[in-house]
Design a protein around this ligand. Structure first.
Ligand code: SF4
Length: 622
């Protein structure tokens, strides 16, 4: 501030992550964006939360205080899927955990209020705010919590990717609009007294409030057993379905949810950035390094993941049940121009430690490089239909040629030796679009130029019911893709492998299905290196299934879903690493329970020639 001659900042931005000045980190992206629009921003990264000193380091902000708990929900970042404390944290100095409180958004907002008083507007945003904007099931307390806007006692909540909302809020605050009158910005949620909701809605011509079941209805529990009532579970699933039905930024629906005498009003989603806007935010003058104050403590490990990677697209029309990206970034894709990607390549290649390799060019899904279909451009995504599931939509457009064009443009840049693809590929999209020639062209390129020996693919499971609940394609497609990729690798004269990823104990997976997957892996002589255990993180469709046992997706009729919990969950997890001696009792129990005694000698005492040779190399293919 002294060097810039500032006597005060306009915005104090509090973040639960260490500060890394790179566009993959929310505070840096928003901070640089606000700065480019003439705002003075002070970033308070990982403040001590038991006192106000760190919050007050820049003094009182002129416009507002913005609070984000970081790139990941603070509970997910701190606890494993088995509710054990994690000691590591890639977003903290030296990768050591414990630098932010549990439910960081609530703690930080309370401390900011104490520091800045009632007069300073407090605005919450980021993933934790976004995915907890409605009453939501909270795995860690095993309860439904009310909207985080109420718990954090903030003035406004920003959800989704926040660039446009942030600029609009700040421009109104700069003009002197009181925070209480900023009620209509898309991609925001407000909290008002239920007495005033009618008055407010009457002033908004064209608003169509859609009432979700109240917090009390979705969180009701039986007094005797202290378990959720069947009515509350149904109400919760209906609430999630309404949220899924109204994810379209072209709509004008406002979702409303009462909680005691307060009402949460959630405006429609903000439109996605245009390509020009997306290019502009990615090209802001980032230092592309962590703050020098972390040099002594070993730096911020999360930077290594992205330092030599380029974000080429955002948004996802995959709609996997266990993933919250669709809900956060939306189903509409924005891609970057070739000129902008080349601009970023130039920045990266001029870094002192660049060795000639671009680690990734992609986004949430690598090969979603353009809007799913023409229709989306004018009216947004379909309300009741998903783009890839249960079957790929006939209207899907092929964006692989656009991807190839971008990869080629980056490869042509000086100092670039190789460009890899590390983001996940949706093979069902590849196989459903384009011609046989265009698919072969992409696969040849993928195998010959963009894979370094191993391609990570995520079938997630092999069982049709599990895949149905996950919103993933049939296993036959996965197998076809593997064959095609290995053939393409052969044509390129390379011996390469596919590394499949699996999720254990996802809702919809029976114990029989988990045993069948273990058998499949055994017969493929493959053991996955890493196994992901289903984690009911806030705001996903799968978390709703986990809590309610019902499928909330439109058109599914709230069908009952099997939910592995307790010991069954551990058995499903153990089956994926059946060869480990410590898993033997659980594997044995699972095989006996499912009547698969025939597998006992195979899985528990695999002979040397049947034992997977290595966990790292292999191709799961029956
Ligand atoms: S028409 Fe098909 S591809 Fe387009 S939004 Fe609807 S489901 Fe998705």
């Amino acid at each position: 501030m002294e060097q810039r001659g500032w006597d005060a900042v306009d915005i104090v931005f509090v973040s639960g992550d260490a500060y890394v000045d790179h566009p993959s980190f929310g505070p840096a992206l928003l901070g640089r964006l606000m700065e480019s629009h003439g705002f003075r921003v002070g970033i308070v990264a990982q403040p001590r939360w038991d006192r106000t000193d760190d919050f007050l380091v820049f003094g009182l902000p002129r416009l507002c205080c913005m609070v984000s708990s970081g790139n990941i929900d603070s509970m997910v970042s701190r606890y494993t899927a088995n509710n054990k404390v994690r000691n590591d944290d890639p977003y903290s100095p030296g990768g050591i955990g414990g630098k932010r409180p549990d439910r960081a958004l609530i703690s930080y907002t309370a401390r900011a209020r104490q520091a800045f008083g009632k007069e300073t507007p407090i605005i919450i945003g980021g993933l934790e705010a976004s995915l907890r904007r409605f009453a939501q099931y909270d795995f860690w307390s095993d309860k439904v919590r009310r909207s985080i806007l109420l718990d954090a006692k903030a003035d406004l909540l920003v959800y989704g990717m926040g660039e446009l909302q942030t600029l609009e809020i700040l421009s109104r605050l700069r003009k002197g609009t009181p925070i209480g009158e900023i009620t209509d910005i898309p991609g925001t949620a407000i909290n008002i007294s239920s007495k005033d909701e009618g008055k407010l809605l009457a002033t908004r011509e064209g608003w169509e409030p859609i009432w979700l079941p109240s917090f009390e209805e979705v969180s009701d529990r039986d007094r005797k057993s202290n378990t959720p009532t069947p009515q509350s579970l149904q109400a919760y699933a209906s609430s999630v379905q309404q949220q899924l039905l109204h994810e379209n930024p072209f709509e004008r629906a406002v979702l409303a949810q009462r909680s005691a005498d307060r009402t949460i009003l959630v405006n429609p989603p903000m439109r996605p950035l245009t390509q020009e806007e997306f290019d502009a935010v990615q090209e802001l003058p980032y230092a592309r390094r962590w703050h020098p104050s972390y040099d002594q403590s070993g730096g911020i490990p999360a930077l290594a993941e992205v330092q030599f990677s380029i974000t080429s697209n955002r948004g996802c029309f995959g709609s996997c049940s266990f993933c919250a990206i669709t809900s956060h970034q939306g189903r509409m894709i924005t891609n970057r121009s070739i000129a902008s990607l080349q601009h970023e390549t130039k920045e990266i290649t001029s870094l002192a430690n660049f060795k000639g390799y671009i680690h990734d060019v992609g986004g949430p899904t690598a090969n979603f490089q353009d809007t799913a279909c023409e229709r989306q451009r004018s009216v947004g995504p379909c309300q009741r239909k998903l783009c890839l599931w249960p079957e790929p939509c006939a209207k899907l457009r092929d964006s692989h040629p656009a991807y190839i064009e971008r990869l080629e443009a980056i490869e042509r840049m000086p100092k670039v030796k190789k460009v890899f693809i590390r983001s996940g590929i949706r093979y069902d999209y590849l196989m459903a679009t384009g011609t046989a020639e265009s698919r072969a062209r992409f696969l040849d390129r993928l195998a010959s130029r963009h894979t370094s020996g191993q391609l990570r693919v995520a079938p997630e499971h092999m069982d049709p019911t599990a895949l149905h609940a996950m919103g993933k394609p049939k296993v036959e497609l996965y197998e076809q893709f593997i064959d095609d990729f290995l053939e393409a690798s052969g044509r390129a004269g390379k011996e390469q492998y596919c590394i499949p990823y699996f999720i254990a104990a996802h809702p919809g997976t029976t114990l029989e299905a988990a045993v069948a997957l273990a058998e499949y892996l055994f017969r493929s002589k493959f053991i996955p290196e890493q196994v992901q255990e289903f984690y009911p993180t806030p705001g996903t469709v799968a978390t709703c299934m986990y809590f309610t046992g019902l499928d909330p997706r439109p058109g599914m009729g709230f069908a009952a879903v099997h939910v592995p919990k307790g010991r069954e969950r551990h058995m499903q997890r153990a089956l994926l690493h059946y060869h480990k001696p410590e898993h033997a009792p659980l594997v044995r129990e699972a095989l006996l329970r499912t009547g698969r005694k025939d597998l006992l000698p195979l899985l528990l005492r695999p002979s040397a020639d049947r034992l997977p040779r290595t966990g790292k190399r292999g191709t799961a293919r029956s």
